[in-house]
Design a protein around this ligand. Structure first.
Ligand code: PLP
Length: 207
């Protein structure tokens, strides 16, 4: 089987879940070490400068990166088939960042109506407070996604299967509509998990 950019797709999902992204310390531990540190030491002032300028790939400060979290991120990226992954403390932090980071005041977001309550709150209540308008559509109706697109539409958001209705949306079809319109498709993959569904392989941009 061909490798992807991470060289990881040759491994079975069960193996990826246990081994992808493993970063062993000098002690050769078998499971992931918990790095309970905010900071790191550097060999030189130049190296420290490089870490903070992002020209040296090592770790620098816990809020930005941490070896334990990096293992989780690399494992999730390999499992979702993603180029990169950012871990957050909760699912809603991830949804809020994924939906809000790509938009700015004046943009428009289209989302499926069947959403987990807190996700719907972000789309319906949170975004408009920052000057981003939103439209909710029947996610199973492809014509509705197409009809909702405006010149300022920047992002599509959906859950499939949705919580709690289990509504299933044709992710590949919505992704094709998004691609054609130059819109970013964000998929909340909570219910299926990448074990059963890989939205990025179906054309989504962010999961
Ligand atoms: C579809 C969906 N998205 C996001 C979340 C939020 O996750 P968290 O409770 O970790 O913030 C949930 C939680 O149940 C969910 O079902």
């Amino acid at each position: 089987m061909a490798n992807d950019a991470t060289g990881a797709t040759a491994l079975h999902p069960e193996t990826l879940l246990v081994h992808a992204g493993t970063l062993r310390s000098q002690y050769g531990e078998t499971s992931e070490a918990l790095f309970l540190t905010q900071g790191h030491v550097y060999d030189s002032a130049e190296q420290a400068e490089g870490r903070f300028l992002n020209t040296d790939p090592g770790f620098q400060y816990g809020r930005l990166s941490n070896p334990t979290v990096a293992m989780l991120e690399q494992r999730m990226a390999a499992f979702e088939g993603a180029e990169a992954c950012r871990a957050t403390a909760t699912g809603m932090a991830a949804v809020t960042a994924a939906v809000m980071a790509p938009v700015r005041a004046g943009d428009h977001v289209v989302a499926a109506r069947a959403l987990f309550g807190s996700c719907r709150y972000v789309i319906e209540d949170h975004l408009p407070r920052y000057g981003v308008e939103s439209t909710l559509v029947d996610g199973t109706d492809l014509a509705a996604w197409r009809a909702a697109i405006k010149p300022n539409t920047k992002l599509f958001f959906l859950e499939s299967p949705a919580n709690p209705t289990l509504e299933v949306i044709d992710i590949a079809a919505v992704a094709a509509i998004a691609k054609e319109a130059g819109v970013i498709l964000v998929v909340d993959n909570v219910f299926a998990t990448p074990l059963y569904q890989r939205p990025l392989a179906l054309g989504a941009d962010l999961v």
